[in-house]
Design a protein around this ligand. Structure first.
Ligand code: AMP
Length: 317
């Protein structure tokens, strides 16, 4: 089992969905990512919070075994994101992004953190992602996630991060925005040409496309009945995926597919409630059960070759 280091936002979110509103709840890409990864391996979180950050939330990170030595508490206010979803919960509408203590945060990793083999640079300012990357000593796998906010304002820095990562995650809208192309297959290929050997394009409830050394794979999402708040689904997917790869310490093609299954199912839990409520309270065996159900749901029968043959070719028509 290898360790994982996760850098990203640690936030207080204000969220509106058709199922209700929640104010200043625990959020942030690194929070979701590290909770999800902690189910699989030892995780350390790197980020910053302000004096308004509830100490209980730090205790909850610790209770999940997440290392918080890299989580600074600074004078000022915690990063605050306010977003709204309509019935199409695949799209988040940002109302406000207040960087607060993240505005001038420059992380300084400990000697031990620099040696972590699996690194997830979750969604945050690309310059901060680069700062962390520059301090790492020969990591085995660097995964990167981002968002439209950074593509709009910091594309050059973000491109620098993408060029140096092994595994890039973007959602469909972000991939189209970054590549300035409508077709996702073209986008995936173009993103791989920048550097990462694996690119995941996430399509919310419609699953994910994976571009890797073996070609292109498609993974459906787990069909969720209780969709309350989709915030953090992408970060949870990525965190579980990286945690899984680190636990097995194997980035081979088969393990990658298993990691995506774990990520898909972990993400299906987080959306069932606000914040990290559901992921913090998974019962034993719940994840295993969903992975088994997902496999059952996507089982395809052997094709009936004869039935697929064109009637035209056989001379009937
Ligand atoms: P996701 O739904 O997986 O894209 O992640 C949503 C989380 O990302 C929320 O908890 C926010 O606090 C956080 N977030 C929103 N905007 C940003 C941003 N510009 N940079 C970093 N984190 C953000």
């Amino acid at each position: 089992m290898a360790k994982a280091l996760i850098v990203g936002s640690v936030a207080l979110d204000t969220i509106e969905t058709p199922h209700g509103t929640a104010e200043r709840i625990l959020g942030g890409s690194a929070s979701f990512g590290s909770y999800a990864a902690s189910y699989f391996t030892d995780v350390s979180i790197v980020g910053v919070v302000g004096e308004d950050f509830p100490p209980e939330a730090i205790d909850q990170f610790k209770a999940r075994g997440i290392g918080v030595e890299g989580l600074e508490v600074r004078e000022g206010k915690t990063f605050h994101w306010s977003g709204r979803y309509e019935y199409d919960m695949n799209e988040a509408h940002t109302k406000a992004t207040e960087l607060n203590v993240f505005a001038d945060f420059r992380p300084k990793l400990t000697a031990e953190q620099r040696k972590t083999p699996y690194v997830f640079l979750a969604n945050i300012h690309p310059q901060l992602q680069l700062d962390v990357l520059e301090q790492m000593e020969a990591p085995k796998l660097v995964a990167v996630d981002t968002m439209n906010f950074w593509i709009e304002g910091f594309k050059k820095e973000l491109t620098g991060v993408i060029e140096r990562c092994d595994f890039l995650l973007m959602n469909d809208g972000e991939a189209r925005q970054f590549c300035e192309k409508p077709n996702l297959i073209e986008c995936g290929r173009e993103l791989r040409r920048l550097g990462p050997s694996t690119v995941a394009i996430k399509k919310g409830e419609h699953g994910a496309l994976l571009f890797h050394n073996g070609g292109i794979s498609f993974f459906p999402s787990y069909p969720v009945m209780e969709l309350k708040d989709p915030t953090g689904a992408g970060d949870t997917f990525a965190g579980a995926l990286i945690g899984y790869l680190a636990r097995k310490d194997d980035t081979g093609a088969d393990n990658l597919v298993r990691a995506v299954q774990a990520g898909t199912c972990m993400a299906s839990f987080v959306v069932e409630d606000f914040s990290l409520t559901r992921v913090a309270n998974l019962g034993p065996g719940e994840l295993r059960e969903r992975v088994a159900m997902l496999r059952e749901m996507v089982r395809l029968p052997e094709p009936d070759e004869a039935a697929l043959e064109s009637r035209l070719a056989s001379g009937v028509l």
